[in-house]
Design a protein around this ligand. Structure first.
Ligand code: PMP
Length: 524
């Protein structure tokens, strides 16, 4: 076999080059808990403290022994992993386990149906599709009701019990004396324009919901989204810090079908609100946007808007869910009940790739099951591991959630202490539980060319990550859309020593940035 170095680089060579430039192109050969190991040139393993945690996937760390044992056992028993189009009791068991947690955390008893997927973005797109099926059905019902109104008005005009009102004629731009068909065709023209519209999805500025063709439209970062605008329905991004912004977006998006109704012998025009909004997608804690916890006030505003306009709220718990914030569903900490929830990342226990969309019974369209599927979704390995993950989180009356709060608190104190020591370097520390972010002040105007250029290129977080890896044996990355913010998402087992090691490394880093010594962050 050819030595790996002889092979041309064909698996994302460009990315490999970028990583190499910052000293980040390390091959890890073993992972355990919060530690990754790579091999030195002389073949010895070097340990790295991993605070990236599989981008939030590893709530139980790398290769948790109980999860590894379960996976081995399933394979040893030759459990069929892909038996599509058969009964999957384990999928039902996982759905039931998720329902029990959801009911407890939100104090409700409505069942949520589960549809499985393979990744976070796929789970989000499954939600988009379900919301669209629901919307299209509601549009169809509304259209049928308008057609019934037209038939009733036509009959009334035909038998001479009604005439078209002057206001209706003026609104439609038809003259007195034209026949009813001309009135109907003007109504139909208006309605056809409205009925031909696609859905508008709403989400918040700073949001990240994935990078597939549909989900990337919900991801605020224009760098990821803009080239692909033509591929799918567009989203509107609602500002987070502007009171009343949501109300004005809703007012702007409001459209109605026209329906002729007979009142006191007059055909007048009624407006029937059209379901223009597909859904509101929201992260209870924005991850890739820089670790921002949604305020309970905005959460309540979103919930109330959805209830009055009739669109579903899709709570994206892909990164914030699975216990990391001290609750299984972080939304329960801010009182935001979703009509849909999407889980992924941690649901696979760091071993399987899986996602689940949960839809409340009262909004669930069972026909969705006939039009949506994926070869790999709902496979036995993922479901069994998912069941075990939920069991581990729920064990001992929720000891894991208490641990997330306690460990998160310890980590937060360390980050706060660093921020207090380096107020000119650290702008903020944010987050909940074990989903924390540390933001640096903007360095685009730094006197150091290295810091300035990297900050302007949106690479400052990666420059810093390279330094921390090479010099401090710590793996940490910026959030995807907020390059000045490092995301810190270790496992529940993060030790005091690891937290102290991170604190020391951050202090060394802050001292370098404080001196504007950008050269010290570059690889030799
Ligand atoms: N939603 C959120 C909130 C996420 O953080 C992510 C991934 N960072 C996704 C969706 C997409 O998940 P995936 O990368 O598995 O497609």
């Amino acid at each position: 076999m050819a030595a790996p170095t002889m092979e041309p680089e064909l698996a994302e060579a460009h990315m490999r080059g970028l990583l190499a430039g910052l000293g980040l192109d390390v091959e890890y050969v073993r992972g355990e808990g919060d530690t990754l190991y790579y091999r030195d040139r002389d073949g010895t393993e070097t340990a790295v403290l991993d605070l990236v945690g599989g981008y939030g996937t590893l709530i139980f760390g790398h290769n948790h022994p109980d999860l590894v044992a379960l996976a081995r056992d399933l394979l040893a028993k030759r459990v069929p992993l892909h038996a599509q189009f058969s009964y999957h009791p384990y999928a039902n068991e996982l759905a039931a386990a998720l329902n029990r947690v959801l009911h407890r955390e939100f104090g409700i008893d409505e069942p949520y149906s589960a549809v499985f997927a393979n990744s976070g973005a796929e789970g989000i797109e499954t939600a988009m599709k379900h919301a669209e099926l629901d919307r299209v059905i509601r549009v169809g019902e509304l259209h049928a009701a308008v057609e019934a109104d037209i038939a009733a008005a036509r009959a009334a005009v035909a038998d001479g019990t009604a005439t078209v009102s002057a206001e209706a004629r003026a609104r439609l731009g038809v003259t007195d004396g034209v026949d009813f068909d001309a009135v109907v065709s003007e109504i139909a023209r208006h309605n056809a324009e409205v009925l031909g519209r696609g859905p508008v999805f709403l989400t918040l500025e700073g949001s990240f919901h994935g990078k597939l063709a549909g989900s990337v439209q919900l991801t605020h970062n224009a760098g990821y989204r803009a080239p692909f605008r033509a591929l799918a329905a567009q989203a509107r991004f609602v500002p987070v810090d502007q009171p009343g912004a949501l109300a004005s977006v809703l007012a702007e998006e409001r459209v109605a079908l026209l329906a002729p109704v007979v009142v006191d012998g007059q055909v007048t025009l009624a407006e029937r609100d059209f379901p223009a909004i597909g859904a509101f997608f929201v992260e209870p804690v924005q991850g890739e946007g820089g670790i921002h916890v949604l305020s309970p006030e905005l959460a309540a505003e979103i919930r109330a808007a959805a209830d009055s306009a009739g669109f579903p709220v899709v709570v994206d718990e892909v990164q914030s869910g699975m216990g990391r914030t001290g609750r299984f569903f972080s939304a329960s900490g801010i009182g935001l009940l979703g009509d849909y929830f999407v889980l992924a990342k941690g649901l696979g226990g760091g071993i399987a790739k899986t996602a689940a969309l949960l839809v409340r019974q009262s909004r669930y369209r069972s026909d969705f099951e006939l039009v949506h599927s994926s070869t790999f979704a709902k496979d036995a390995l993922s479901c069994h591991i998912g069941i075990k993950v939920v069991e581990m989180l729920e064990a001992d009356d929720g000891a894991a959630y208490r641990l997330a709060v306690e460990r998160g608190g310890r980590l937060r104190r360390e980050l706060d202490a660093v921020a207090a020591e380096f107020p000119d370097v650290v702008a903020a520390v944010r987050g909940r539980g074990l989903m924390l972010g540390i933001e640096f002040h903007d360095l685009t105007g730094s006197t150091s060319e290295v810091l300035r250029d990297n900050a302007r290129a949106g690479l400052i977080g990666y420059l810093v990550a390279g330094y921390l890896l090479r010099e401090q044996s710590i793996r940490v990355f910026p959030t995807a859309s907020a390059a000045h913010t490092l995301r810190v998402e270790p496992s529940l087992a993060i030790s005091d020593e690891a937290i102290e090691q991170f604190g020391r490394a951050l202090r060394a880093l802050c001292a370098i940035i404080g001196k504007a010594d950008g050269m010290a962050l570059l690889p030799n």
